[in-house]
Design a binder for this molecule. Structure first.
Ligand code: C5P
Length: 222
């Protein structure tokens, strides 16, 4: 099979995960969510009692003992494993992890370590990969790149609707502030900041249904 990558990048809760998943299904491609890889590592960092803000060295030191990877499941499904065990959504998508993940993701050694695993996943075949630096750093040669965004209010409302990912009693304002803080960190870090690739197609999903976004992207690729 011809090996190729389709990349989706964009800020938190922009709808890129759902769009990437739908596009992959439409194209019979593999789907890789790289945010979950950063989140998986962050859950390990938290479990070990390491503060990523002040102990970047300690985070780097545990990397050689960690095994975070996507394993083939049924058909085109890929399953995220953390040290040999299936990652639970409650572990990876928790508010505690969301609060710390950008601190872990800005550590250069962490990025190098995970980017290597992300590039390995592309050996599977046609792949749709989403994250923050996929079109700019992981696969700069990709033929199809999308940068997915939405207005801050729309993103906060979408995130609020995702059960388990926000704290009890969270308001749309609080969620919007959490998202803005994470984006700020992701856009301003020294290594691989979030930004559109020069050749990315910009997709504003604020006023579009998920189906419309997927159809638009599939149209461009086909
Ligand atoms: O996509 P998601 O919001 O789950 O990503 C969680 C965090 O992981 C982001 O806020 C960012 O700090 C980090 N990330 C990254 N590079 C990627 C994907 C995610 O730095 N390619």
């Amino acid at each position: 099979a011809e090996i190729a990558q389709i990349t989706l990048d964009g800020p938190a809760a922009s709808g890129k995960s759902s769009a990437a998943k739908g596009l992959a299904k439409e194209l019979n491609a593999y789907f890789v969510n790289t945010g979950d890889m950063y989140r998986a590592l962050t859950s390990v960092v938290i479990a070990k009692g390491i503060d990523p803000e002040t102990q970047a060295d300690a985070v780097e030191a545990i990397l050689p003992e960690q095994d975070i990877r996507y394993v083939s499941g049924e058909g085109l499904d890929l399953l995220l494993h953390i040290n040999g065990e299936l990652a639970e959504a409650s572990q990876v998508r928790s508010p505690e992890v969301a609060a710390k993940v950008s601190l872990v993701a800005k550590i250069p050694a962490v990025r190098k370590w995970l980017v290597k695993r992300q590039r390995e996943a592309a050996e599977l075949g046609l792949i749709v990969m989403e994250g923050r630096d996929i079109g700019t750093v992981v696969f700069p040669e990709a033929k199809f790149k999308f940068y997915v965004s939405a207005s801050p209010m729309v993103r906060a409302q979408r995130r609020l609707a995702q059960e388990g990912e926000v704290s009890e009693g969270a308001t749309v304002e609080k969620v919007a502030a959490e998202i803005a803080k994470r984006d700020e960190m992701d856009m301003n870090r020294a290594v691989s900041p979030l930004k559109p690739a020069e050749d990315a197609v910009m997709v504003d999903t604020s006023d579009l249904s998920l189906e419309a976004v997927i159809a638009m992207m599939a149209e461009r690729v086909k």
